[in-house]
Design a protein around this ligand. Structure first.
Ligand code: NAP
Length: 266
């Protein structure tokens, strides 16, 4: 296959959703920069994709919880040849706010919040300078349903949704496209790493990873800002969006509304 001039940098490309993005993007003709800690798995994936598609593959080892490693990827994005950033690397936790201490809480925030923010910022500066580029941020349906989970992981994913929507609004006239992808439960190793057995999930709850990424790429091709692969009725999301946007003009006022005024003592 001949390659385009597109180069995608995919974080968390050694496994799960990131490895499938790498596969699908290579088959679309993107050259790839694969980023994660497990160089062996990325090298094997890269070799297969090079053989199958002829695209160029580079592998960068980085632990995105470490400041210096994030800086290395920022520098790579700063070169200016990347056309698509897939901000995918992420983790969940065993337990939530009650069960975890500072090291694990800091690690999940570093990986799920700090790293994608810094990489999005580095990418977007290069994209705006060129007037073109795209970012896919892997959020989660839990951004919309915090009551379904433990709060810390879902909070990091709500942050990414918020960041994506704000960036999309700011950048829509600058030739830069931002997509937030909100998968539901998807069959990857993420669950086992967080101590959960996907086989115990209810029937019909879990999406296969290839199906999820293919659906998300349909949303990408449609230039959706928010893509929710498992949601059959997109009207449900649109109703929520309309209600939120209708409320927005009422959210900053000089006057305290009557329901929050102190009752006069008679
Ligand atoms: P996964 O199978 O556990 O893969 C996670 C990827 O992130 C791996 O490539 C891993 O590579 C990389 N990674 C983990 N820690 C890293 C670190 N410190 N530095 C650099 N890379 C690191 O998880 P997944 O299910 O594919 O998840 C991908 C994204 O989708 C995550 O952001 C996740 O929150 C989101 N998501 C997943 C689901 C789901 O049900 N699976 C649902 C909604 C959203 P190394 O170990 O080689 O570093």
């Amino acid at each position: 296959m001949t390659t385009s001039n597109d180069i995608a940098l995919v974080t968390g490309a050694s496994a799960g959703i990131g490895a499938v993005y790498a596969d699908r993007l290579a088959k679309r003709g993107y050259d790839l920069v694969l980023v994660a800690r497990d160089v062996g798995r990325m090298a094997a994936l890269g070799e297969r994709l090079r053989d199958e598609t002829g695209v160029a593959i580079n592998v960068i080892s980085a632990d995105l919880t470490l400041d210096g490693d994030v800086a290395k990827i920022e520098q790579r994005l700063g070169v200016g040849d990347i056309t698509l950033l897939v901000n995918n690397a992420g983790m969940s936790l065993r337990g939530g706010i009650l069960e975890n201490g500072a090291p694990d809480l800091s690690r999940i925030i570093a990986l799920n919040v700090t790293a994608p923010t810094r990489l999005a910022s580095a990418a977007v500066k290069a994209f705006v300078a060129k007037g073109a580029g795209a970012i896919i941020n892997l959020s989660s349906v839990l951004a919309l349903a915090p009551e379904m989970f433990e709060g810390v992981y879902s909070g990091t994913k709500a942050y990414l949704l918020n960041l994506s929507q704000a960036m999309a609004a700011q950048l829509k006239d600058k030739g830069v496209y931002i997509q937030a992808v909100l998968p539901g439960a998807t069959r990857t190793d993420l669950w086992e790493k967080a101590g959960r057995d996907v086989n115990s999930f209810p029937e019909g709850f879990l999406m296969e990873v290839g199906d999820m990424v293919d659906a998300a790429l349909v949303g990408f091709d449609r230039r959706e800002t928010v893509t929710i692969p498992p949601l059959a009725d997109e009207g449900q999301f649109q109703v929520m969006q309309q209600a939120r946007l209708a409320m927005a003009p009422n959210l900053s006022k000089s006057e305290v509304p009557p329901r929050y005024r102190k009752q006069a003592v008679i």
